[in-house]
Design a protein around this ligand. Structure first.
Ligand SMILES: [Zn+2]
Length: 281
């Protein structure tokens, strides 16, 4: 089982343990050895050809049994092909094909490195921040401000009607091709997650929903979301895309679904579970 490191220890590149699994990011890609994360031996040729951005250290991310995960961002550009038979794979694709410990470590590593990159100086007094040695915070040695890795809670909702037999799916302008997915959006400050579900569905599709029930959650590192998935029932209104985020939508039955988000996303899991629940009913 993956366990997150509570203290973001710096591990000197020269002292990576042999059993470490390295999470090396290059922009939106991550370096893989086949379908696995490389160890220090397999990554040695790459690391001697391409420096890491924090020249002297990796960050500990967590561990699984005796194995630890250490992450760093590589300088760009990367040589093509990569030395040592390694490949650079888009992070979204790597998340779709990975599971369990590796998936959790990838999500946490992406979040932590992005957060560290954006929190080098104190927002109050501009002093350079330092690592805490008691928790995962950064702190300001001058004014004492402490900064913890931030999460952005987002709701994603499977709206159904006709006794749950039809689901509302929409095409976002940023989606590839004709991919349709669930309605989603960030929780606003001061809002409950149920209010966020009602508001997002109304803003994006002009319908009212009720009977909102929590389903599951999933961290999603683009850039720092915690996806909270819900079911909700259609109450009233005519579903209409908002024209800004969404350009089309529709009510779909399980036997006539449009192209769906790729496996590994919470949306794919929720839609799959909805189809299964209808088969079993
Ligand atoms: Zn300060």
């Amino acid at each position: 089982m993956f366990q997150a490191d509570q203290i973001l220890v710096r591990i000197p590149a020269s002292r990576l343990p042999d059993n470490a699994r390295l999470i090396l990011f290059s922009g939106r890609s991550v370096i893989l050895d086949g379908s696995e994360l490389p160890g220090p031996g397999r990554a040695a040729a790459l690391l001697s050809a391409v420096p890491i951005r924090t020249p002297d250290h990796f960050r500990s991310i967590g561990f699984s049994g005796p194995q630890c995960f250490a992450a760093a961002e590589l300088e760009r550009p990367l040589p093509d092909p990569l030395p040592g038979g390694l490949t650079a794979v888009p992070l979204r694709a790597a998340l779709a094909q990975s599971a369990g410990d590796v998936k959790e470590a990838l999500c946490r590593a992406k979040k932590i490195l992005s957060w560290l990159d954006l929190h080098r100086f104190c927002g109050r007094c501009r002093t350079e921040l330092q690592d805490s040695d008691t928790d995962s915070a950064l702190f300001c040695p001058v004014c004492g401000a402490r900064y913890f890795p931030q999460l952005a809670p987002a709701v994603i909702v499977a709206v159904t009607r006709n006794e749950g037999r039809e689901i509302l799916l929409a095409h976002n302008r940023n989606f590839e091709g004709n991919v349709h997915s669930l309605i989603a959006g960030f929780v606003e400050a001061g809002e409950t997650v149920e209010q966020a579900v009602e508001r997002e569905v109304m803003e994006e599709t002009s319908i009212r929903v009720g009977n909102i029930r929590y389903l599951r959650s999933q961290p999603w590192p683009f850039p720092n979301s915690l996806m909270l998935a819900f079911r909700a029932e259609y109450l009233s209104g005519t579903a209409t895309p908002d024209g800004s985020e969404l350009d089309s939508l529709g009510w779909f039955r399980p036997d006539a679904l449009p192209p769906l988000p790729r496996q590994g996303s919470v949306a794919a899991a929720v839609i799959r579970d909805w189809c299964a629940s209808l088969r079993n009913s």
